[in-house]
Design a protein around this ligand. Structure first.
Ligand code: HEM
Length: 460
């Protein structure tokens, strides 16, 4: 039972779910509340209120950088326990945000992807090698697990010259388990019953966070041991590059926080995006056929195509497939904003300066601007003419403004190439009649998604 009242001051509906409690899929719980009470409402849980918005007009306003900025809300406060002032979780006013942003930005320009392309391809080949072996054994592949192997190895090698060797392990690298538990702790702490004892969970979290810090120290030590002064990857820039304006470099504590931030932010969400895209391709033979045709035009029937950097920009349909997968299930599913000064949102909802407002991205992505059937997977929504006709604020899987995702091009280059190679090489068989369940560990993944494969033949 939920209890709805009109808050007298704010005139924003307050939805109290304390009697129900938080679910283990809190985002999907909030999506259900938003469908009933949106486009703007406060959710009350154990006496704590959070404000959510879902509609294009209100998000357009929140995207105005003159009036609003990023808010480090309760979820990110929890993540700060293990990433501190790394780029993702830094407060706007922390000097290290602007400093690290300025130093690292050149590493994320589209042209920089050319430098990462060979490492991305190398890891993509590890994945197809592993899938070929699984196919020969006759077993299905665990999609989210293997996408995570792929994206972790890619950010490790391309960003840090460090090899997690995930495909040489029967189980994922222990970094992944510790990271998922830390993210899960951050999410579950939001819905805690204040009267319960959480000391065991907190102790387990501290052990996992210490483990992550240890991995980061290994990554840094592996580089410093070589004595190399590189500036062609993220770690090289973090360790050595001077700030363009004042010539200072990042301090040791901040470098640690950046490395852990990039190892997490640089793989977890891309892995989920690829997994959702594969799910949709499995369920949509027409979209899959178009994707295969696109890769066949580029690579013919080559057994092991050698995608060039330029090829990835030519995989336009596959990019549309990824965009559409991220529309339906944006894997970092919310971001928060705050007003710079007291204001009225939508001309009617009073907001105090600094008060957090969470944008519920999956519902923004189902706003009426997306048409009558927003649940339908339809990559033609991202055809250039359709995109040009739509507000840029209708689509925000990478957040907004100056705190938007720095790794967007990295993620899209990596994911487009991998998806291209996979559809070119395999037929996907829906032997289990998989029904989508979305698992939440602060980020989103298809739960229990396995896939059976066959090699494509000239006739396919
Ligand atoms: C920020 C999503 C991939 C690094 C963000 C934000 C979102 C996001 C929504 C803004 C968060 C906020 O406003 O609080 C995604 C998605 C990805 C992806 C959906 C993949 C599909 C990556 C990759 C990297 C990365 C590959 C690094 C290689 C970061 C960093 C920030 C960020 C460092 C913080 C930027 C700042 O505040 O200056 N991402 N991301 N992300 N992302 Fe990503």
């Amino acid at each position: 039972m939920t209890h709805v009242t009109e808050a007298p001051v704010a005139a924003i509906p307050v939805v109290d779910i304390s009697a129900v409690g938080a679910s283990d899929t809190p985002l999907q719980q909030i999506m259900r509340l938003a469908r009933r009470h949106g486009p703007v409402f406060r959710r009350r849980l154990h006496g704590v209120d959070r404000l959510f918005v879902t509609s294009l007009d209100l998000v357009t306003e929140l995207a105005d950088e003159e009036r609003f900025t990023k808010h480090v809300g309760p979820a990110l406060e929890n993540v700060r326990e293990f990433t501190a002032d790394g780029l993702f979780t830094a407060y706007n006013h922390e000097a290290n945000w602007a400093k690290a942003h300025d130093i690292l930005l050149p590493a994320f320009a589209l042209g920089s992807m050319r430098a990462y392309h060979p490492a991305m391809l190398r890891v993509a080949r590890r994945l197809t090698g592993s899938w070929d072996a699984r196919l020969a054994e006759g077993g299905p592949v665990d999609v989210p697990e293997d996408m995570t192997r792929m994206t972790l190895d890619t950010i490790g090698l391309a960003g840090f010259g460090y090899d997690f060797e995930s495909f040489a392990r029967d189980e994922p690298h222990p970094f992944v388990g510790a990271m998922v538990r830390c993210l899960d702790w951050s999410m579950n702490k939001l819905g805690r019953d204040p009267d319960a004892d959480h000391s065991a969970e907190d102790a387990a979290f501290r052990a996992d966070a210490a483990f992550l810090a240890g991995v980061v120290d290994d990554v840094i030590a592996a580089r410093t041991a070589t004595g190399e002064q590189r500036t062609d990857d993220l770690l090289g820039l973090m360790l050595g590059a001077p700030h363009p304006a004042d010539g200072t470099t990042l301090d040791a504590a901040n470098i640690r926080n950046q490395v852990i931030t990039f190892l997490i932010a640089g793989h977890e969400t891309t892995s989920g995006a690829l997994s959702f895209a594969l799910h949709h391709l499995l369920k949509d033979p027409v979209a899959l056929r178009l994707a295969q045709r696109e890769t066949d035009e580029l690579w013919g029937d080559a057994e092991d195509p050698e995608p060039t950097f330029e090829d990835i920009g030519r995989l336009r349909w596959i990019r549309q497939v990824l965009n559409e997968a991220l529309r339906l299930w944006p894997t970092a599913a919310a971001f928060a904003r705050e007003a710079r000064e007291d204001t009225l949102l939508g001309g009617r909802y009073p907001l105090r300066a600094g008060e957090g407002v969470t944008v519920l991205t999956p519902l923004l992505h189902r706003d009426p601007v997306w048409g009558d059937n927003p649940e339908l997977f339809d990559p033609t929504r991202f055809a250039p003419e359709a995109e040009a006709a739509r507000s840029p604020h209708a689509y925000k899987p990478f957040g907004t403004g100056e705190r938007a995702c720095i790794g967007r091009q990295f993620a899209l280059h990596e994911a487009t190439m991998l998806l291209g190679l996979l559809v070119h090489r395999y037929r996907f068989l829906d032997t289990t009649d998989y029904r989508l369940r979305v698992k939440e560990t602060l980020t989103l993944k298809p739960d229990g998604f396995t896939l059976s494969l066959a090699r494509r033949t000239a006739a396919d």
